[in-house]
Design a binder for this molecule. Structure first.
Ligand code: URA
Length: 310
């Protein structure tokens, strides 16, 4: 019993370190937990975890919280985790003015501006990099993720870790190569977690609204340079960053067309979500969103592709 409680406590600590603040719990699991705690400390009063009526927008790695919102299942009771460390106050978002020149020259200037911006550098730990984007400057499709993670801030390239490998496979399933699309993030830096000096950051947290607002001009400028036909927001945080006040829940905006900077925007789940919830239902949902993107981009779609995950 002690081992079970220990495992649960470790998992909650891990989720908290990743930035999760709310974890849905089924009635059945709650009953089991109550029984365990009661048996362990018979005199302890029973504690009922708080209920959260509307789950907050999903974050990178968005696990059960996002699924609850997306599949509109009855709202589960939740255990609230303490919030992650507050972010530093930020100056107003930068005004990005792109130089004259061809796409490559303008992008190189933007990359220098974003990755060497003093505020971005201030938020990057020693030895790590700020990250702009990667891919074809003539891409029809522009994917937008949340923020660099551990591997991305080392390499200075978005989506090179496990989620990135899955994204590359998803792009492949669309009949494209990673080099044919453009991949960017809402954030240029990895949102920091409290980490002792000299230690490696463990886990990720979602960016704050202020952090997203600060970095957004760099993403807007990237879109202005690439001029893609279609934007694809990966996950709730990217969707929230792009849709602003129009964002409600991931479940409400996913699989539908929106608009950002005059471009059609499709919202789908983040690949990290699929890594944690590799059910056919989740994969199918993402694939249906990507089929819509392919159709709108005029990409050929074979019967085999239409049948994936059916
Ligand atoms: N997740 C993101 O949203 N972006 C990355 O670059 C990597 C993981």
């Amino acid at each position: 019993m002690r081992a079970v409680l220990q495992a649960i406590s470790e998992e909650l600590a891990r989720l908290k370190a990743e930035g999760e603040q709310v974890v849905p719990v089924s009635e059945e699991a709650l009953a089991g937990l109550r029984a365990l705690v009661k048996a362990r400390t018979p005199s302890a009063p029973e504690r009922v975890p708080e209920r959260t009526p509307a789950p907050a927008p999903a974050s990178r790695g968005e696990p059960a919280r996002a699924a609850a919102a997306a599949f509109a299942e009855p709202v589960a009771p939740t255990i609230k985790l303490a919030p992650a460390a507050p972010a530093k106050a930020l100056p107003p978002p930068p005004v990005v003015t792109l130089p004259e020149g061809d796409k490559a020259a303008r992008w190189a200037a933007l990359k220098e501006l974003a990755t060497q911006h003093p505020v971005c550098l201030e938020h990057v730990r020693p030895g790590k990099k700020a990250v702009l984007g990667v891919g074809s400057l003539d891409a029809k499709i522009f994917f937008v993720g949340e923020a660099p993670g551990a591997e991305e801030e080392v390499q200075g390239e978005p989506f090179v870790g496990p989620a990135g490998q899955l994204l590359t496979k998803m792009i492949g399933a669309m009949g494209l190569k990673r080099e044919q699309v453009y991949i960017g993030n809402i954030m240029c830096w990895r949102p920091q977690m409290p980490t002792p000096p000299g230690a490696e950051q463990v886990g990720n947290r979602p960016p704050t609204v202020e952090e997203m607002a600060f970095c957004l001009p760099f993403l807007r400028a990237s879109i202005e340079i690439v001029q893609p036909e279609i934007l694809v927001a990966l996950g709730g945080t990217a969707a929230q960053g792009l849709l602003g006040a129009q964002f409600t829940t991931l479940g409400a905006v996913r699989g539908k067309w929106h608009d950002f900077a005059g471009k059609p925007l499709m919202v789908t789940y983040h690949p990290s979500y699929l890594l944690r919830n590799a059910s056919n239902k989740s994969k199918r949902a993402v694939w249906e969103d990507l089929l819509q993107v392919m159709e709108r981009a005029g990409l050929p779609i074979s019967d085999k592709q239409r049948g994936y995950f059916k």
